[in-house]
Design a protein around this ligand. Structure first.
Ligand code: B12
Ligand code: SF4
Length: 495
């Protein structure tokens, strides 16, 4: 069968700081290719809608799969599905990915018949089975499949992450993928899932709080096929298991693989496994993103981060000692006033790290979606991107955005200001020499993209698709109510 896989357009954040390859689609693509299908992949983060429609005409897919990891992409994917159904009525249209898994039935409703099914959970094992059953139409009996006529049993976790290795050859314009100075940059997965259970996060609920590792051999094999000099490790929390991280490193050394790496981890993992990070520094670890989230103990407790403020600061010191550039994230609450923003600006200027600010956003799949007692001020999917306020703001909305952008600009200057650019000028020149302009463009784009008026105006766009609001009873859901995948011991694994 001819199958087209599509990743939707970038969100605001990805317009500037980073743009990364659609790893999930590449893995699903390889699984389908191994089953004998003919594949094409389009990433609308780097291509346009006109390229998409051109591809429909030239490739004439018999099946089309959208990746929907991000809620703000819902309207785009639904509209593309509706238009595709009009142009290619016989094409089977399916949607998978993180966010799609939490709102499967709503997606089917929004698309008014244009989406044939939603695939909940991991796609590698189920996608080939799904396509096999398209001709006989018996889809609702398959795990994780939701159609307009009903739902199959819960999705099943795949037992091994070792295969399929991602079909990177399917992605075009790979030079467009980058993160900050790591330009160009590929993505690699070492582990999947997270054993913690923070209340604002849907990483753990998607995978039923499981944590699985690919074998060091499979990871090194995947890395050896990567042509880019830089690698983003997509794990939710990297290097939780020191033995695994060391074994992966040894395998990389054995094969003589040399890359620069970026990863995300927790402060307590860094403290516990300092030696591992030090070893990886020698292997090429350049940057790490630490989930700080708050500078207040009470708020950390509320988020159930299971970490103290002291630990967070200790981790920053370790990063500095090791010479690894640290970036940290703080969550801005819509309830913040000018004083609170001012405090954060002062604090952020004093710490040895790049500070990133996102806006507290309850969304489906998180515990806060059920427990947040403040009423959402909007149900517009496009605003659920952790850059907009979807809860009532204490300050007038425009003022909130002014403070937010002012704070982000201060933090941004620290990272990308002229002095920093001057320091990075040799890197920029190196990039230009190799025809890589992503990092340079990012330096100039900030004011255009992060702009209070632009953020404010987004609240007044016509809304065609609205999120189903959370249930009225504010209760703490059980883990099982939140999970997409059930933990391995409760479900049976794919063979
Ligand atoms: C890597 C990553 C990124 C990368 C993006 C890579 C990309 N282009 O896809 C970067 C760093 C750019 C990023 C940015 C952001 N991210 Co992010 N990201 C992740 C992360 C950590 C891992 C995703 C990943 O690559 N996993 C590995 C691959 C193999 O898995 P996968 O993509 O999920 O694909 C599997 C399944 O979902 C499924 N599948 C996926 N697509 C399809 C399609 C079909 C047809 C089928 C059948 C199956 C299928 O099968 C795949 C294989 O099993 C997830 C957390 C998580 N654990 O999922 C957050 C996560 C997806 N990100 C999140 C957020 C909030 C963001 C940002 C908005 C944050 C910000 N500061 O602005 C930005 C916006 C990005 C954008 N699109 O513009 C949230 C999503 C929230 C939501 N509900 O919308 C998540 C869940 C993190 C969290 N815990 O809250 N992110
Ligand atoms: S925020 Fe990080 S540590 Fe907490 S559950 Fe999500 S991925 Fe795990």
């Amino acid at each position: 069968m001819k199958i087209l896989l599509v990743h939707p357009s970038p969100l605001m954040h990805a317009e500037i700081f980073l743009r990364l390859e659609p790893l999930g689609l590449e893995r699903v693509g390889q699984a389908l290719r191994s089953a004998g299908h003919h594949l094409s992949l389009l990433d609308l983060q780097v291509l346009r809608h006109k390229d998409y429609f051109r591809e429909l005409n030239s490739f004439r897919p018999q099946a089309l799969g959208f990746s929907l990891n991000y809620l703000p992409n819902v309207p785009e994917v639904v509209d593309l599905a509706i238009e595709t159904r009009r142009r290619l009525p016989g094409c089977f249209i399916f949607v998978g990915g993180h966010s799609a898994s939490f709102i499967a039935a709503d997606l089917i409703d929004h698309a008014r018949g244009a989406i044939d099914c939603v695939v909940r959970g991991e796609g590698e094992a189920i996608a080939p089975r799904l396509l096999e059953h398209v001709p006989d139409g018996k889809l609702e009996s398959l795990p994780g499949i939701v159609t307009p006529h009903g739902s199959g049993p819960p999705p099943i976790l795949t037992t091994s992450l070792d295969e399929p290795l991602p079909a990177r050859d399917l992605t075009r314009k790979r030079k467009k993928y980058f993160i900050g100075q790591l330009d160009p940059c590929a993505s690699v997965e070492f582990t999947r899932g997270c054993p913690w259970d923070c209340s604002f996060c849907s990483g753990w609920t998607f995978y039923g709080r499981t944590y699985r590792k690919a074998s060091p051999e499979a990871i090194a094999e995947d890395l050896s096929r990567v042509r880019e000099p830089n690698v983003f490790i997509v794990d939710d929390v990297a290097f939780i298991r020191p033995d695994h991280a060391l074994a992966v490193g040894k395998e990389i050394e054995k094969r003589g693989i040399q890359k620069q790496y970026y990863l995300e981890t927790r402060c307590d993992v860094l403290i516990r496994n300092r030696e591992v990070f030090s070893y990886w520094k020698r292997l090429g670890l350049k940057y790490m993103f630490l989930g700080f989230e708050a500078i207040d103990e009470e708020v950390l407790k509320l988020y159930r981060k299971r970490i103290s403020l002291d630990d967070n600061f200790q981790a920053l010191e370790i990063a500095q000692d090791l010479g690894i550039m640290a970036a940290i994230n703080l969550i801005a609450d819509p309830d913040w006033d000018e004083k609170q923003f001012q405090l954060v600006r002062q604090w952020a200027e004093s710490v040895p790290a790049v500070v990133n600010l996102t806006v507290s956003t309850p969304y489906p799949g998180t515990e806060t979606w059920y427990t947040e007692s403040r009423k959402l001020t909007t149900l517009d999917y496009r605003l659920f991107d952790v850059q907009h306020a979807v809860l009532p703001t204490r300050l007038p909305l425009m003022k909130f955005y002014e403070e937010l952008v002012k704070t982000q600009a201060v933090l941004n200057r620290k990272y990308m200001g002229l002095a920093a650019v001057r320091k990075a000028s040799s890197i920029v020149l190196g990039h230009l020499f190799r025809g890589q302009t992503n990092f340079l463009k990012m330096i100039w784009k900030f004011n255009r993209v992060f702009n209070p008026e632009r953020l404010h105006n987004h609240h007044f766009r016509a809304e065609e698709y609205a999120l189903q609001p959370p249930p009225p009873a504010v209760h703490k859901p059980t883990p099982e109510e939140l999970y997409v995948h059930l933990p391995l011991e409760k479900g049976t694994a794919h063979s």
